[in-house]
Design a protein. Structure first.
Length: 302
């Protein structure tokens, strides 16, 4: 079991600014019990890394009555192996995950994705739990968690429940948390070590950009035979999604030009992107289809 080494708390700065500017309350939480006691209060909101929340507060998009700072709770800052699963506390930062030996050894796709997420300063503060709760359709960290069949562990005054990551997202900016609940940890089954990680995202800039479209994969091939493939995409639907129809068509098949073309068409049919200032819906469909084709074409050239 490992525990956080990078400081994430922005508490003293936020506390002074928040109370001085708007007269609201700030509480540095000292235990899970204290968190649950206050979480159900009107206008209460959790603060951890603050990379999204503080920006929204400063811009006036969010105005919580009570900020509950959980960034230094030891129970939420652990990475531990629990049987055949790895459990990651909600307050563990992205930098801590990148530095974790067990994560680097057993969850290479998560490492690949996190290494492309934001700048060093963002990774030093941003947390895996916060990224999930934010529920962005473009959430990069959701891609490996979908492919690993991960679960979120939700805790509230009524107890604890587990939910597949795919069911946690309910729409853009919406998640399955009930009033008085918080995301305590993410539980990830140890994957087959033969699964090769792949991740690519398209955007105007690399690390600092919100993806126009992204594709992640776990792939096990022998020669040109696909033993297993899992595919997930971001920024092409209201939530990050698995491309199940492509998986079903490709699993157990040999890679041919015909299969690649079928996979391309199925990928386009599986997504429902929006048009915004970053890209049109048609462009996003084309990009995700091209990324799927690129992945399978790579098998032929190994």
């Amino acid at each position: 079991m490992t525990r956080a080494r990078f400081g994430t708390s922005t508490g003293w700065k936020i506390s002074r600014w928040w109370r001085r500017s708007v007269g609201r309350q700030y509480l540095k939480v000292n235990s899970i019990g204290e968190l649950l006691e206050n979480l159900g209060k009107p206008g209460a909101m959790i603060l951890c890394g603050g990379t999204d929340l503080v920006v929204k507060m400063r811009s006036g998009l969010l105005s919580p009555e009570l900020l509950l700072d959980i960034s230094d709770l030891p129970e939420l800052r652990e990475i531990k192996k629990n049987g055949s699963k790895i459990e990651i506390g909600t307050a563990v930062t992205q930098s801590e995950l990148l530095a974790s030996e067990i994560v680097r050894e057993r969850l290479p796709l998560l490492i690949t994705v996190l290494s492309q997420l934001g700048c060093v300063q963002i990774r030093n503060r941003g947390t895996l739990g916060g990224n999930l709760v934010n529920a962005s359709p473009a959430a990069d960290s959701a891609i490996p968690l979908l492919l690993y069949d991960a679960e979120v562990i939700l805790t509230g005054s009524q107890g604890e429940r587990r939910l597949a990551v795919k069911d946690f997202f309910r729409g853009p900016g919406k998640n399955a948390l009930s009033n008085g609940e918080f995301l305590r940890a993410v539980s990830i089954p140890l994957p087959n070590p033969k699964l090769y990680p792949f991740f690519h995202k398209i955007g105007r800039r690399k690390a600092l950009t919100i993806a126009i479209a992204s594709l992640g994969a776990l792939l096990h091939v022998e020669g040109d035979l696909i033993q297993e493939v899992r595919l997930a995409a971001g920024s092409v639907a209201p939530t990050p999604i698995r491309l199940r129809r492509v998986e079903e068509r490709a699993n157990g098949k040999r890679v041919t030009a015909s299969l690649i073309e079928e996979a391309r068409k199925l990928a386009q049919q599986s997504v429902s992107p929006i048009a915004d200032i970053r890209a049109s819906a048609d462009y996003r469909r084309t990009v995700i289809a091209d990324l799927v084709a690129h992945l399978f074409e790579g098998v032929l050239h190994v």
